[in-house]
Design a protein around this ligand. Structure first.
Ligand code: IMP
Length: 187
């Protein structure tokens, strides 16, 4: 299937493409300025995005991806505000907020929205638990990857290969569900 990836984030395009291609799906990036809404959950942001893009008659099938990092000691902040926090105080600012906090448990969550040709909307959720560290390590990935170590690993997401990250990441897990869904759906 040819699937449009509606995102301006090249890191996401790379990861989504690598995940989709082995299953015979061809992915193409579509850059569309979608209005940002403030909503309490990633699911609501994705619902809004799917409806808005559908109203703009964006070529289906298409995928959108909303993700965030949820830090337990900060009452799950920044969560849906992850992009704003990253773009304003950056990783250094986040590390500063974490100084002195013993519990650095954190999870990444990703919600993938899929709009099919028949107008049906589908959402797939993936999570990856781990811990933040007090420094940046590695050069791969994007966003918060240099400060996040997934459970069971000693390396940050940035230090893992793309295949390793996709194999355990919030996005990889959400996409696994999407691919299973597509393989069971006759379109
Ligand atoms: P959004 O989904 O593009 O709104 O992303 C929210 C914020 O989380 C941005 O700052 C992204 O860079 C960051 N982000 C999203 N996915 C990942 C990921 O897989 N690793 C690290 N940071 C991510």
């Amino acid at each position: 299937m040819n699937i449009n990836l509606v995102t301006s984030n090249l890191g996401k395009v790379e990861e989504l493409t690598h995940i989709l291609e082995p299953f015979g799906h061809k992915a193409s990036q579509l850059q569309v300025e979608c209005p940002e809404i403030q909503a309490p959950t990633l699911e609501e942001v994705v619902d809004f995005g799917l409806d808005w893009l559908s109203a703009q008659k964006i070529q289906t099938p298409f995928i959108i991806d909303d993700a965030g990092i949820f830090i337990e000691s900060l009452q799950n902040f920044p969560g849906v505000y992850s992009r704003y926090v990253y773009d304003t105080i950056g990783l250094q600012g986040v590390l500063k907020q974490m100084e002195g906090l013993e519990d650095k448990s954190t999870k990444f969550k990703c919600v993938i929205g899929l709009m099919l040709e028949d107008g049906s909307k589908h959402k797939f959720v993936g999570e990856c638990k781990g811990n933040l560290i007090q420094e940046m390590r590695g050069t791969g990935g994007f966003g918060y990857d240099p400060i996040f170590i997934p459970d069971g690993y000693k390396k940050t997401f940035s230090e893992l290969s793309p295949e390793e990250k996709n194999g355990i990441s919030h996005r990889g897990r959400a996409m696994e569900k999407l691919i299973k869904f597509l393989s069971n759906t006759v379109i």
